[in-house]
Write a protein that binds this ligand. Structure first.
Ligand SMILES: [Zn+2]
Length: 243
């Protein structure tokens, strides 16, 4: 039985890579229930995002790849890692990437009281302000989980809540080429791509994967924007009078 489950799980994990299940690319599309998953645009633009950093090994490797390709992305930093690795956080900001909040402790904000959500937001704001001089306007829920209360609290504090439309599943993919081929095979205009510059990943793998992905995007006429730039472009496109 265990063997059958393992085989089924393995096959399930392979299907998206094979492009056979395009609907398991990510978590949603457009904006639903006050959460932005992707942005409807007519041009080939995407936003690549990194969660859970800064990390002293992985983040510099990611930054190097982005610098080489002259690409700016959005980094959802946690307060706790920013305190621990303030110098690495400063490197992210110095390269002109967009700084966003991923909460302080990375605890799941589902089934918790409003005070806890407020505290997670506030503590992160204080740290990002102190270390980087930045007041974040974008927030991504840890583990992408929330409930009605936590979503209401986050939005009431003026945040735009971001999820993703293409989950790279970099955690599950030890191989750079497979990771890159999943992203390149599934990416669509307006996508918000979820990646991680976090402990547990391999800096070298992320660097190599990003090299392939960014090269592919460039060759295929895609431009990378920060999430805020992508949202602004979507708003402008929506304001244009239709035919
Ligand atoms: Zn996270």
């Amino acid at each position: 039985m265990a063997l059958v489950s393992t085989v089924l799980l393995y096959l399930w994990l392979q299907l998206p890579e094979a492009g056979l299940l395009p609907w398991v690319r990510g978590h949603g599309h457009g904006t639903h229930g006050g959460i932005v998953y992707s942005v409807p645009v007519e041009t080939k633009v995407v936003a690549i995002t990194f969660d859970d950093g800064p990390d002293p090994e992985v983040t510099p490797a990611v930054l190097e790849a982005l610098r080489e390709h002259s690409v700016r992305c959005t980094f959802f930093l946690t307060g706790v890692m920013t305190v621990k690795y303030a110098d690495v956080a400063r490197l992210v900001a110095a390269d002109g990437h967009e700084i966003a909040s991923h909460g302080y402790s990375h605890r799941a904000l589902r089934g918790v009281d409003a005070e806890t959500v407020h505290r997670e937001l506030r503590r992160t704001e204080v740290v990002l302000e102190r270390v980087l001089g930045v007041r974040p306007t974008l927030f991504r829920f840890p583990y992408l989980v929330h409930d009605e209360l936590s979503l209401r609290v986050v939005r009431s504090q003026g945040y735009t809540v971001i999820a993703c439309s293409l989950d790279s599943r970099d955690w599950l993919t030890p191989d750079a080429r497979r990771l890159a081929s999943r992203v390149c095979g599934l990416i669509r205009p307006g996508d918000i791509v979820l990646m991680h510059d976090a402990a547990g990943q391999k800096g070298e793998k992320m660097r190599e994967a990003l090299d392939i992905i960014l090269e592919w995007l460039h060759e295929n006429g895609y431009r990378c924007l920060t999430v805020s730039e992508l949202i602004r472009m979507g708003a402008e496109a929506g304001e244009r009078p239709g035919p």
